[in-house]
Write a protein that binds this ligand. Structure first.
Ligand code: AHG
Ligand code: MN
Ligand code: MN
Length: 342
């Protein structure tokens, strides 16, 4: 029988085998392992709710709005509650931040506190919930700065290069979990009968070149010149400067678009434009964790001008332009932006 490696076994073997940037003894600290397992368990619960759909009454609007002024779906609220509840009592966290909550969520005083900070987008791709298209959960893990027992916004405002782990789940035809702790990217598939995530790909690598791009074309009239130049050249295909045809995909769930890019390459863009002057996606719990994964898989991620993971955040819900995926294409688009500045 083929050897099946569960997420728990993978983490324990990584803990034994690999040096970690935050532990010279050469391991994923036990608390970080617990944290990842707890988040994965929460993702299983969310996956269950997602897969029951209308049978569990989880589709449709929640009738409330979040801090970004977006209407919340029932599943946005449910997924947020599942993640909060799962992560409050384990003793591994100092505090949490969520797309669905304005401020920092402290760990209740009745529970012990740990040394990590967790940030998440509980349900990514909300517009796809009711139409049965893949959606997901994104998370990012930071260290709580030394000496801070009641973390505030400032404790969280660390650039993406400080992440110690990041991941996302995709609730699609299969539920998958993509994970990095800074030593490459591993992918797990949920075995529903066994109730466990099983390692199905290790050391994922994004091809450096691609002929596939993902962008919401309805924003075209608002794009900056470098983005328009890049897409125009793709659309010109064989007869243009690129000398080959390009294909387009846009799922409108970043997790699903990025999973495709991890699988077969591609470039994903939600750039800042005249309508989204600061970008559309959120830096701390969408762009940073996905960028960490993409870079760990050999891809690149910028806002068109600068590496996303080096941006110093100024607010929890800050937005950012995003260009990520196959390295050579991301470098080309970033170069087009630099040339436009001259
Ligand atoms: P969320 O559902 O968490 O608000 O994020 C949705 C994001 C991202 O997943 C996706 O790529 C993008 O919004 C889709 O935007 P458009 O609806 O403008 O295409
Ligand atoms: Mn999202
Ligand atoms: Mn969301």
């Amino acid at each position: 029988m083929a050897r099946r490696i569960s997420l728990s076994r993978y983490l324990i073997e990584e803990q034994r085998a690999r040096p970690s940037p935050d532990n010279d003894a050469g391991a994923i600290p036990a608390d970080l392992r617990l944290l990842i397992e707890v988040v994965a368990r929460a993702c299983k619960n969310i996956s269950n709710a997602v897969s029951k759909g209308a049978l569990a009454g989880v589709l449709g609007e929640a009738g409330s709005g979040n801090v970004q002024g977006e209407a919340q779906k029932k599943l946005d609220v449910i997924a947020n509650e599942v993640l909060l509840e799962a992560n409050e009592w384990g003793g591994h966290l100092a505090a949490m931040v969520s797309e669905e909550m304005e401020g920092v969520h402290p760990i209740p005083h009745r529970y012990p506190k740990g040394e990590y900070l967790l940030l998440f987008d509980p349900l990514d791709g909300s517009s796809n919930i009711d139409v049965n298209v893949s959606i997901g959960t994104i998370f990012s893990v930071l260290r709580c700065p030394d000496g801070i027992t009641e973390p505030d916004d400032l404790a969280f405002l660390q650039p993406g290069v400080k992440q110690v782990a990041a991941g996302f789940a995709v609730y699609g035809p299969a539920t998958m979990l993509v994970l990095t702790h800074g030593h490459g990217v591993a992918v797990f598939t949920l075995d529903r009968e066994m109730g466990s995530f099983v390692l199905t790909q290790d050391q994922v690598k994004i091809p450096e070149d691609t002929s596939e791009f993902a962008i919401n074309m309805s924003n075209m009239r608002n794009w900056d010149a470098p983005v328009r130049r890049y897409i125009d050249e793709c659309l010109a295909g064989k007869t243009g400067v690129r000398g080959r045809d390009f294909n387009m995909r846009w799922i409108a769930s970043m997790v699903a678009d990025c999973f495709r890019i991890l699988t077969r390459g591609g470039v994903f863009m939600y750039p800042q434009d005249a309508k989204h002057v600061k970008g559309r996606l959120r830096l701390m719990y969408e762009a940073n964790p996905i960028s960490f994964i993409v870079e760990q898989a050999g891809g690149a991620s910028t806002n068109g001008r600068q590496r996303i993971m080096e941006i110093q955040p100024e607010a929890l819900h800050q937005r950012v332009g995003v260009v990520l995926g196959s390295k050579n294409e991301v470098e080309r688009i970033t170069r087009y932006h630099a040339e436009a500045m001259k």
